[in-house]
Design a protein. Structure first.
Length: 80
């Protein structure tokens, strides 16, 4: 039998540049690019406020394309 052990570690707080923090925050925040006319979903952190507050943000590109561009899902996924 192989013995296993759980190792717990405390991570020290890390200071990261604001640009990196913004990128991390936007991972998994896809919104439909209706105003840009790209026919895809973006995760660039520039979602309009009404989308942020109105539940338009999806956790992944496929989920966003399925919900907002179902008639052209393949194109949406390729462009995204």
């Amino acid at each position: 039998a192989v013995e296993t052990a759980v190792v717990e570690a405390m991570l020290d707080p890390v200071v990261i540049p604001e640009a990196v923090a913004t990128l991390i925050e936007n991972i998994g925040s896809y919104y439909p690019d209706w105003n840009g006319g790209t026919q895809t979903c973006k995760n660039d952190g520039n979602a309009p406020l009404y989308m942020k507050r109105g539940g338009f943000i999806m956790s992944g590109l496929e989920e966003c394309c399925t919900k907002y561009y179902s008639w052209e899902k393949t194109k949406c996924l390729q462009l995204g």
